[in-house]
Design a protein around this ligand. Structure first.
Ligand SMILES: [Zn+2]
Length: 428
């Protein structure tokens, strides 16, 4: 049995009472064994003085291999970005995807993200990167109509093969993904759902991201995307949907009634000028599970959840003319326990509690921008002051993956060089 002791920090537990306690966290065999004052030692220990220990951040929607496309489609709306993304995607080899994914994993681990939900094709390459980095990946193989895809073979068959091969792994959980109503027919949605039900895995899709998407879909079917997905029987508790920006209150209630979860991507929505703002307060009121997400490094352009927590809070305050909307505690929830709920893994992840998997982040508070700190402002600092670069250590499943800001087990310089080389050759 291996053990790890995080000694002497401020523990932001994110438990039901949202307790913050001063003390230690003991990890045994990948799970949290004790929280508070721990007597005795452990095989390995980390000094957490002047630091906050919190649950590993969970990114509820991204396309991690798109790190290679970073900075390739700035200052354009979604439709133009997708054109560029699909054209660039067509040039990538499996090896490129793996390098891009590994680069994304390094970036996430260093900025405190321990889990992410990814939507892409060639998720088997992303899975390889996830295992190499020792992160937790919820990986959705994208299904779309055959005429739109750059995948070889039939997308739903590719997804089936991926899901079957990657089930019951420790760090990789396969899902069935869909690009969105603009490239997926009713038959494609039905086939994806049948596959997910047959294999008992989750579903993930983009949904109602832009006004154009909603308008075009209404023109084609007479229904808004959420109404249409409800009519074809696609909505259900197995599904999490990214964006849901352009949704009416009736659609919010329909999503809630069907148990659909939402991945909120405020930075991506702002950068692509999606225009609307996802109605989070109404989603909370309706009881929807919502997780925070960065979306693609092409539309963000980073994977730093600390930056996105702050942006998320500011976006809703600014547009609602209400400074009390989305308080810091709620925003931190969106990146931890609520994101775990949105992915359906809150029994194991999302808080620092005995029995849960040990996905933990240690954030250094001995910094100019986090001084002064005391119990009453720790949560505020995490959301409004901290940056990914403040992460001192990251632990996934009880294994230390980042310490003193350095990634362990991966040659970071080598990953950066390879990514630089591939991208320069393709796009430089
Ligand atoms: Zn996306």
């Amino acid at each position: 049995m291996s053990s790890l002791l995080l000694r002497g920090g401020w523990i932001v537990t994110q438990n039901a009472k949202r307790e913050v306690v001063r003390g230690d966290v003991l990890v045994e065999d990948g799970r949290i064994a004790a929280v508070g004052e721990v007597r005795g030692g452990a095989d390995e220990s980390l000094d957490c003085a002047d630091a906050v220990v919190l649950p590993g951040l969970i990114n509820a929607h991204t396309h991690v291999a798109n790190t290679l496309l970073r900075g390739l489609a700035d200052d354009v709306p979604l439709e133009k970005m997708l054109e560029k993304a699909f054209a660039a995607d067509a040039l990538l080899t499996r090896r490129d995807v793996q390098i891009g994914a590994l680069l994304g994993c390094v970036e996430m681990l260093k900025s405190g993200t321990t889990s992410f939900l990814d939507l892409f094709y060639w998720e088997d390459e992303v899975a390889r990167a996830v295992r190499e980095a020792g992160m937790r990946g919820f990986l959705a193989w994208t299904v779309l109509d055959k005429e739109y895809t750059t995948q070889r073979g039939v997308p739903v068959k590719n997804a089936a093969q991926f899901v079957r091969k990657h089930k019951a792994q420790r760090l990789v959980t396969p899902l069935v993904g869909l690009q969105g109503v603009y490239v997926c027919s009713e038959e494609t949605y039905a086939a994806a759902k049948e596959l997910a039900e047959g294999e008992d895995v989750k579903l993930h899709t983009h949904l109602s991201e832009t006004r154009v998407e909603v308008y075009e879909h209404e023109k084609k079917t007479g229904m808004r995307p959420v109404e249409w997905l409800d009519k074809i029987g696609f909505l259900g508790p197995r599904l999490s949907a990214a964006h849901c920006v352009w949704v009416t209150i009736q659609e919010v209630r329909a999503l809630a009634a069907r148990g659909v979860a939402v991945a909120h991507c405020p930075v991506s929505n702002m950068k692509l000028a999606s225009g609307g703002v996802a109605p989070l307060p109404e989603m909370f009121e309706s009881g929807l599970a919502v997780g925070l997400a960065t979306d693609s490094p092409l539309s963000n352009n980073g994977l730093d959840m600390f930056g996105d927590m702050k942006m998320c809070a500011l976006l809703h305050k600014a547009t609602r003319w209400d400074a009390s909307v989305l308080p810091a505690q709620k925003v931190l929830d969106l990146a931890t326990i609520d994101a775990a709920k949105a992915i359906g893994v809150d029994r194991d992840l999302g808080s620092v509690e005995v029995g849960k998997r040990a996905d933990l982040v240690v954030v250094d508070f001995r910094r100019p921008h986090t001084t002064p700190f005391y119990p009453a402002n720790l949560i505020s600092h995490l959301v409004y002051s901290c940056r990914g670069g403040d992460v001192r250590a990251t632990i996934v499943d009880g294994v230390v993956r980042v310490v003193n800001g350095r990634v362990l087990g991966i040659d970071e310089a080598e990953v950066l060089s390879r990514a630089q080389e591939v991208a320069s050759e393709l796009f430089g």
